[in-house]
Write a protein that binds this ligand. Structure first.
Ligand code: EPU
Length: 435
């Protein structure tokens, strides 16, 4: 077991290169199961979630050839398994995106079976819209005993019109993947519009699918009989970029955040500007600088192009040191996305949560403490707080963070932060927490 040790209070300076988008990668790798031929993926993030998915594909019989740390060639031509054997269950239960294997296997084989997925714990994470969409495409779905089982009667799904009752990234992705090879035309209405939805559509199209409208709230898909091989480069990670931008806002300094699509960052950039942080956009980078005091703001998370829920904890961490009162409202997840608040309070933050809002009263400074990463973005929030705080912060349960951030320690160290990853001594239980 490892933890991060941060000696905070040092401004960040220099340049950081953003990796490929996690939430695009975890959709595209399962979708590659539908491809006959070699599918080369470039700009894959080197994180544990992608590693887990590549392992699952290997177990299924795919040829997985790492060309370098961020490029992989996948050949799923000879995969025949439509049921994930027991030895893979620990892997599929570990991550959220394993449920995209259902859409991909249904599309490829007309049947599928896997465990219920894992992922960050935000309380209830229903999958009714996935079930609704796949059922509408003609699959018989059964969710029981911790498993999802799906079967398309005569082997091929049939295109139809589906209206999502809730804007869901996961349901949009699962239905898009399954419909890519369904017979006829599928129209999905009220879909999610996140950049990774567009990236998945572009990936599918570059492998021979016919998907239109991704990025708007209606996606239209003409099913093709099968997908063919090709090369695809993933988009950069909007949330990883936003996390470094927030870190500069919290710790101060000036950083060039490179390999980004500034358009994807607009809502984050404009909120940071309201907070008295300078953000200058280039073609594929943003320059972020903070010298003066932060200003308080209110923010509410919403589906894209609204403010991303996956940046909510990081922004709350920044606002802990903004004089005045800020209100951070969660508009995507019903509960469970404020678990970092207890950790930030150990560092001297003044935050109270009521219903869907965190009321943040800015303090002069935060003080280092022993804290834990309650989930992926909650972990990013305590790292940001640790970088801004005086004294030493120890962050435990960092496996959550490593699910989604490539080389977080190396990237922050290159910006001048004093952060290291150290081994927790054996005699200390993994869930030990002094705070
Ligand atoms: N929802 C339903 N029914 C469904 C599906 C979702 O009611 O069938 C509800 C959820 O309870 C939630 C809302 O719809 O209130 C949005 O959920 P969504 O399906 O969009 O979330 P997800 O697909 O499970 C993805 C990301 C999350 C991110 C959300 C929202 C992946 C692997 N995960 O989750 O990312 O918070 O979209 O943008 O893409 C993260 O990266 O840290 C992370 C948690």
């Amino acid at each position: 077991m490892e933890k991060y040790v941060i000696h905070g209070g040092k401004p960040l300076r220099g340049s950081v290169e953003i990796s490929g988008a996690k939430n695009a990668a975890v959709a595209i790798i399962p979708a590659a199961l539908m491809v006959h031929g070699v599918c080369r993926l470039e700009n894959l993030p080197e994180i544990s979630d992608t590693d887990t998915l590549l392992h699952i594909l290997t177990y299924l019989g795919a040829k997985v050839n790492m060309i370098n740390r961020t490029t992989v060639e996948l050949d799923c031509t000879h995969v025949q398994m439509d049921i994930l054997p027991e030895r893979m269950w620990a892997l599929t239960r570990k991550i959220r995106a394993s449920y995209y294997l259902i859409g991909a296997m249904l599309g490829r084989f007309g049947k599928a079976r896997t465990t219920m997925p894992g992922g960050c714990n935000f309380g209830l994470r229903p999958i009714d819209q996935h079930i609704k969409g796949l059922t509408a495409l003609g699959a018989e779905m059964d969710v029981s005993g911790g498993f999802i089982t799906a079967s398309a009667g005569d082997g091929r799904l049939k295109g139809t019109t589906i209206y999502l009752d809730k804007v869901s990234v996961g349901a949009t992705i699962n239905i898009m993947i399954a419909a890519a090879t369904a017979e006829g035309r599928t129209v999905i209405e009220n879909v999610a519009r996140e950049p990774h939805i567009v990236d998945l559509a572009n990936f599918l199209n570059s492998m021979g699918a016919d998907v239109r409208g991704a990025g708007t709230d209606v996606i239209k898909i003409r099913g093709v009989s099968q997908l063919h091989g090709g090369t695809y480069t993933l988009i950069p990670d909007q949330i990883e970029a936003g996390t470094y931008m927030a870190a500069v806002a919290a710790a101060g300094g000036a950083v060039r955040v490179s390999n980004v699509i500034p358009k994807h960052l607009e809502c984050i950039s404009s909120k940071l500007r309201e907070m008295n942080v300078e953000v200058e956009e280039g073609d594929d980078y943003v320059l972020v600088r903070r010298d003066g005091p932060l200003h308080q703001v209110n923010l509410k998370t919403m589906p894209y192009p609204g403010f991303p829920t996956d940046m909510q904890p990081q922004m709350a961490a920044v606002l802990c040191c903004a004089p005045g009162d800020s209100i951070v409202t969660e508009g995507v997840w019903a509960n469970g996305r404020f678990r970092y608040v207890g950790e930030l309070k150990k560092m001297g933050a003044q935050i109270e949560v009521e219903d869907q809002s965190a009321f943040v009263h800015g303090v002069d400074h935060l003080t280092g403490a022993v804290v834990k990463a309650c989930d992926l973005r909650a972990g990013a929030a305590v790292v940001i707080a640790g970088l801004a705080a005086g004294g030493v912060t120890e962050v435990e349960d960092i496996t959550y963070i490593e699910r989604g951030y490539q080389d977080l320690v190396g990237k922050f160290r290159a910006l001048g932060a004093d952060i290291q990853c150290v081994q927790i001594p054996e005699d200390r239980p993994a869930n030990w927490n002094a705070g």
